[in-house]
Design a protein around this ligand. Structure first.
Ligand SMILES: Nc1ncnc2c1ncn2[C@@H]1O[C@H](COP(=O)(O)OP(=O)(O)O)[C@@H](O)[C@H]1O
Ligand SMILES: [Mg+2]
Length: 356
């Protein structure tokens, strides 16, 4: 039988006390729209509802398809985050029997609600106001966050505007951990390929990821976001000029392909490549170098210093042979500047912890 669709979840959420297993959610109030119906936020893999209960607000993620190893993945992520306690993630509990509909239990993810602005809205606000100081702060925080993710040995897997919220204090929070990889999960196939307007053209399968290279999964998307913020800092009018914000920041999938020489540059890309300010052209050149590299797993980590001085980020050297997990990426051998220590596979039973 097919997995429940958004309408079925919406109908079920009209009676939280009847459908949830979690006592707090059963007693909660689902945020509704003007018609008084539960307000869904649609994503690709989940439909999300906001539930207020006991003075707290939760995001309730209802999944739209079955995912292999989902419970195991969330247990591994939970344990890793509980050990590192990063302040850029939020607490969650994976509930395998979370919601009952069609006479059957389905999993949900109960997650702390992050109050703030999605990254695209936040950047649009700053650019439209020509708030260069705000863009500079964001750029600095982005660089710090990317370095912190590496040192915490976490790959998010799908860095993009819909999965990043800037909270009321200007702190960047990551949400949507479906694609997250931590050392104990690095031997599994990646369950998703990330948002196309943030991914390197070579990320076409979940294979080729190993304990040695998994921290590089996010590198290209980290550059796409970092370079977009940098370009807007140089010239905030680029937001309007490139018609940004349509499910992307300044760049789109077709730009990465065209930078690899596969297609003619789009008008927004041409505009950037011929911009009067050399710093803009230089930043596009950096992106071009990255887009042309052989594999997304060999793109160098995002570096604020390289971003600012316009250095060309060289590909990481191949070091070891990847495990044969699938047909793609082809010959890309997995390098890693920093190799995470080997960690024994998780042997504990599945946990559903709130890591707060
Ligand atoms: N914990 C949260 N706090 C605030 N907003 C959230 C949270 N979780 C999800 N959202 C909102 O719901 C949208 C879709 O959720 P997401 O978890 O990214 O689902 P999908 O996997 O389908 O992309 C997000 O872009 C965000 O706007
Ligand atoms: Mg998402």
């Amino acid at each position: 039988m097919a997995w429940p669709n958004p309408n079925e979840y919406l109908e079920a959420l009209q009676n939280p006390q009847a459908v949830f297993s979690d006592p707090a959610l059963r007693a909660g109030r689902v945020i509704t729209d003007r018609l008084g119906l539960p307000r869904p936020i649609s994503g690709n893999f989940a439909v999300v509802f906001q539930v207020e209960t006991g003075g707290k607000t939760w995001a309730v993620r209802c999944f739209l398809r079955e995912t292999t190893d989902q419970e195991q993945r969330y247990a591994g992520i939970s344990r890793h985050l509980a050990a590192h306690r990063p302040d850029y993630t939020v607490g969650f509990a994976y509930q395998p029997q979370g919601i009952r509909l069609r006479g059957q239990w389905y999993p949900i993810l109960k997650m702390e609600w992050v109050k703030g602005q999605r990254l695209d809205t936040h950047i649009e606000t700053l650019a439209t106001r020509s708030d260069r100081a705000g863009l500079e702060t964001l750029s600095r925080r982005w660089g710090a966050l990317m370095a912190q993710l590496r040192s915490d040995q976490i790959a998010h897997g799908d860095l993009q505007h819909g999965n990043i919220v800037v909270d009321e204090h200007g702190q960047i929070k990551l949400i949507d951990y479906d694609g997250m990889v931590v050392p104990s999960l690095a031997h599994l196939r990646s369950p998703e390929l990330g948002h196309r307007h943030y991914q390197h053209p070579t990320r076409t399968s979940g294979g080729g990821i190993t304990p040695e290279n998994f921290l590089n999964i996010d590198n290209f998307s980290a550059w796409v976001i970092g370079l977009s913020i940098r370009l807007l800092h140089i010239d905030p009018t680029l937001w309007q000029q490139t018609a940004a914000g349509d499910d992307r920041l300044l760049f789109a999938e077709r730009d990465f392909k065209s930078l690899r020489g596969a297609q003619q540059p789009t008008q927004p890309l041409q505009l950037l490549q011929t911009h009067a300010q050399p710093a803009v052209q230089q930043a596009v050149q950096q992106l071009a170098e990255l887009a042309r590299q052989e594999s997304y797993l060999r793109v160098a980590p995002f570096s604020s210093a390289d971003l600012l001085n316009g250095a060309v980020p060289l590909p990481l050297p191949p070091t070891t042979t990847p495990l044969d997990l699938g047909p793609e990426p082809t010959s890309a051998a997995p390098p890693a500047r920093r190799t995470p220590p080997a960690q024994r596979p998780d042997s504990l039973p599945e946990l559903s912890l709130i890591h707060i």
